[in-house]
Design a protein around this ligand. Sequence first.
Ligand code: OGA
Ligand code: MN
Length: 208
Amino acid sequence: MPTVFNSNLLNDICSSLATDGYAVIDDAFPVTFMTDLQLQVKSIEAGQFKLAGIGRAVGFQTNSQIRSDEIMWLDESRAENQSYFSWVETLRLTLNQRFYLGCAEYECMFAHYPVGAFYQKHVDTFSHTAVGLSSHRKVSTILYLNPNWQPDDGGELLLYRHGEEQPFKRVLPELGRLAVFLSEEFPHEVLPAKRPRYSLTGWYKTKS
Ligand code: OGA
Ligand code: MN
């Protein structure tokens, strides 16, 4: 049975992006879909996760001083993921129509922050790598997979405005919570997690 996604979700995302540049939406997807994602991420063997990098291709480097999460790309061929990828495609078309973003692709990965892992303040466009590459990322999406996340568990996503020292928004990575933001607009960081922290993280990109 293909998963049926909430028809208001696209509109909710777009209206928040239009007014604020970001959206944080709880219980965005059906429970059955979230349960399947949790099962998928738990079935990934420790050795299959790869240390996350900064920059790509020629500029690719890992630097555990900047980030210490591990990633694994989502399997597009897996039957359970088809409904998600078709929803992702609908959102891509909607975003392009509403905001003239010209996004052509979506890339998507599971991220795992082991205890103590973090991701220092950055923007998702890689401009911080100083290797002269741009990732063409336009919209970031993060779907959290952690039931009963408590404030004491750390691992918060902090959103900043350019040039500001203090975050204007803190997001706990609670199961079912979806964060979407314009990739170039918001520097952000992940505080050290005190328990394993999982998410499905993706980016809409223009063609590179
Ligand atoms: C990223 C990122 C934030 C989060 O992977 O680029 O910033 O809350 N993730 O997981
Ligand atoms: Mn990021």
